[in-house]
Structure formats: C-alpha cells, structure tokens
Design a protein around this ligand. Structure first.
Ligand code: ADP
Length: 424
C-alpha cells in the first residue's frame, strides 16, 4: 500500500510517500518512495520535491493555502515527472497519515479519522494553539483533495508518552488544576522516541520489554526521553513543547517568575512573552546570531565567536543535565541514543554532550564518534562503556505510515496506557 504521510506546520507541509504492508513490516522492508516539502504557504512558496533515485525538483510557486499546496504535492506525486514506481493516479494513494502534535489525554493510539475524531483533535487546539490548528487544516485539505473515500489516520506526538506515571506527568501545582484543565506534562516528539526505541530493539535483537535507554532527539526542537521496558516513563517537553532542554529558538526550562518580571520591565504582553520564549530564545537568543547549530559551530571555529561558543555550551549542558536526570529516573540505562539533525550529524556536539559523563558509565570513543559519517548509524561508545552510545537516524514517517496501514486494515495498534505510579 502507498501511504501519503503529511506533517502540516503553520505555513509549511512536509510529506513522504511510503510503501508498506504486513509483509513489508514483518521484514522491515517498507520504504520511502518520495519526499518533499512546501514552505511559506500563503505567499511565494518554496517547493522542494524528490523521488528516490531521481534529481530533486525545486521551484517557487504562488500557493495561497494548504489546499493548493496539497494539490501541488499530489499532482507531482502522480505525474510521470516524479516517476514514482506504481503511483500514476490518485487511486494509487491508498491512505493519508497525519502527524498530529497534541492528542491530549484522549488519544492514546493512532486513530482512523472520522468527524468525531476530527472534533476531538479540534478540542485539543486549546492545549496546542501553535500546532494543532495546522494539523486540522492539513486533515481538512486532504479531505478536499482526496474525498472521503481515502481513509485518513492521525498519529499523535503525545501518545507514546501516555505511559508516563503520575509522578512524571504531574506538576507541583494544585491538583484540582490538573483535574479541571488537564494541566500536566504531555511530552512531544513521541513518534520519534518510539521509533528510536523500536530501531534500538531491532538492531540489538532484543524484546521490547528489554529496552531501557535514554533517547535524545536534537533538532530544531529538542527533547529527551527515559524509556523503561520499552515504554516512555519521562520526557523533557511538558504541557507544550516549550519546556525542557535549550533548543534552536525555544528557551526550555525557565523559572516562570521571569515572565512576570520581564513583562513588567520590557512592557511585553503575555502573548509577546510566550513568543519571546518560543521564537527568540534558545541558541538564537543566546548567540544573537542564529538558531542553526551548524552555522554556530562554523562561527565558533572560524571566527572564535564567544557568544556562539556560549550558546553551544549552554545547549550541551542542558542535554547533559537531562541525561543525568534520566539515569537517576531509570536507575541506570543500557544505552544513550542520539538522533535528530544535530544528534545524527554532529560528532562535536555528541562529544561535548558526553564530556564529563564517564563517572556515570558513559564513555565515548572519540575515534568512532569522529569517524561516523553524516547520516550513518552506529555505536560510538568505548568497548567497556557501561552505557552504550548509539547514533540512530529517526524516521517518524515510517511509523506514521505503519500505524496508518494498521488502523485501516483493522490490525492491532500499539496503544499506550498510563501506568500506576511506581514506588521508588
Ligand atoms: P527539525 O527539528 O526541524 O526536524 P532537524 O532535525 O533537521 O530539524 O535539525 C535541524 C538542526 O540540525 C539545525 O540546527 C542544523 O544546523 C542541525 N544540523 C544539521 N546538520 C548538522 C551538522 N552537520 N552539524 C551540526 N548541526 C547540524
């Protein structure tokens, strides 16, 4: 089956066409046939498409909304120009799978979308005003383009973390506020952490219950996850993706009193403060230069820029702190897994994150780390390291496609149920 996987952002759509079915899943043979993205929807949009083993297509196109952007994607996917094997008409796209950021407490598994589910996703807009509206627009656009005959499936960033115990997801605020408004840690990047746990299990030929690892997803957004017996027991992002580690433009953990103090000093409204913490902080805010880690590393190396170094050091320290916290949470881990654009591609950052962790049993092999080529996966810890260190390229789209296939075929889905609190 061919699954169109959509990741709809505020003014962008990323997509992949993934071929999967039971036999392919069983032998881990499902594959991406094409991928691409459209950015700056609403103005002169930037289109970048690529089918497997074909040259990329890049162009500017005036695309005023999601519907026109999706039309453009689908026209290309089924055209001879893309040359995707076995996809020559709309009928060759069998299912649309959507990445949905927030599923609240309601959605603990990937779900076939009907009107009630769409309403449920809309209800979660309150919890994720920056993300869920785009996901809803993506679902509506897909309904318009494909009609109701093509099933659509929602795969939630939050659902993998639904197994967290109360001790991990409750904040230390009055309990009735959790009851009344569902204020709690939800966690995000769940499909990525779930993929990393899955891939680690496959690579090491172990059962799901034997996966006890810490995963670090370091991209523009960053999060860490403590995985015990194959399940998420804690993660660094919280009620929204703002909490946790220092990220590209997000501040991560900040004493909330700063908000009142700063809004008073700078005359900023509450929404302006939240924008500052989401969009002008992190690597960008600390360096005053860019949120892009690769550029910061270049600035540091070529120009010795002090603020670039500082931003990188604060970033690495925040990741390191999270590793320490989760080693305590898990009572030790078998492996630390690096992923995301930074985690997969930057030996220097991996080395700086691991620096000083040797007494905790995390011993990086510098030669192996440096030798790992961009985008390669592999083990980079020293042979005797108590905690292994692995680099694994994440692949959220693959799990979205598999979940979508299973949901439509009536096959059992992984479901993530909350755990009773564990006694320490
Ligand atoms: P997103 O979270 O938006 O999916 P990515 O996972 O692609 O983003 O990560 C983007 C980040 O990865 C950027 O900060 C980028 O600079 C960084 N990155 C990509 N390649 C490298 C590299 N070779 N060295 C350092 N950082 C890199």
């Amino acid at each position: 089956m061919n699954i169109l996987v959509l990741n709809s952002g505020s003014s962008s759509i990323k997509f992949q066409v993934v071929q999967t079915d039971s036999a392919l899943i069983a032998r881990d043979g499902d594959r991406c046939l094409a991928k691409g993205q459209i950015e700056r929807i609403g103005s002169l949009a930037l289109v970048a498409f690529q089918a497997a083993d074909r040259p990329p297509l890049k162009e500017d196109a005036p695309l005023r909304d999601y519907r026109s952007a999706l039309d453009r994607i689908v026209r290309w996917v089924i055209s001879p120009e893309s040359g995707i094997e076995g996809v020559t008409s709309m009928a060759d796209i069998h299912i649309v799978g959507h990445r949905v950021v927030h599923g609240g407490e309601k959605f603990r598994a990937s779900t076939l979308i009907d009107d009630a589910v769409l309403a449920g996703i809309e209800d979660c807009i309150e919890l994720a005003p920056l993300h869920n509206p785009a996901n809803v627009r993506g679902i509506r656009a897909a309904r318009e383009v494909f009609g109701r005959g093509v099933p659509q499936v929602a795969v939630f960033d939050t659902s993998f973390h639904a197994t967290m115990p109360e001790t991990a997801y409750l904040y230390g605020i009055p309990y009735h506020l959790y009851r009344r408004y569902k204020i709690r840690r939800y966690g995000f990047h769940g499909t990525s952490h779930r993929y990393l746990a899955y891939r680690y299990r496959v690579l090491n030929k172990i059962a799901k219950e034997d996966v006890n690892i810490i995963t670090l997803h370091l991209g523009n957004g960053c999060s860490a996850c403590a995985i015990k017996n194959g399940e998420s027991v804690n993660t660094s992002m919280g009620f929204t993706p703002l909490e946790g580690m220092v990220m590209g433009t997000r501040a991560g953990d900040v004493d909330v009193s700063v908000i009142e103090y700063l809004s008073h000093k700078e005359g900023l409204s509450l929404p302006e403060m939240i924008t500052l913490l989401n969009k002008q902080s992190g690597l960008l805010g600390l360096s005053g230069l860019t949120s892009d880690m690769r550029e910061l590393l270049e600035e540091e190396k070529e120009n010795g820029d002090r603020r670039a170094s500082l931003a990188i050091d604060v970033f690495c320290a925040s990741a390191r702190r999270r590793i320490g916290a989760y080693l305590a949470e898990l009572g030790g881990a078998d492996a630390l897994v690096f992923s995301g654009g930074i985690g997969e591609n930057s030996p220097v950052i991996r080395q700086r994150v691991c620096r000083g962790l040797e007494p905790l049993g995390i011993v990086l092999d510098e030669a192996r780390n440096a030798a790992l080529k961009k985008g390669q996966l592999g083990r980079i810890s020293k042979s005797g390291s108590r905690v292994k260190i692995d680099v694994i390229a994440t692949n959220e789209e693959l799990l979205i496609a598999r979940d979508a296939f299973r949901a439509v075929s009536g096959l059992p889905q992984p479901t993530f149920s909350p755990r009773r609190s564990r006694k320490p």
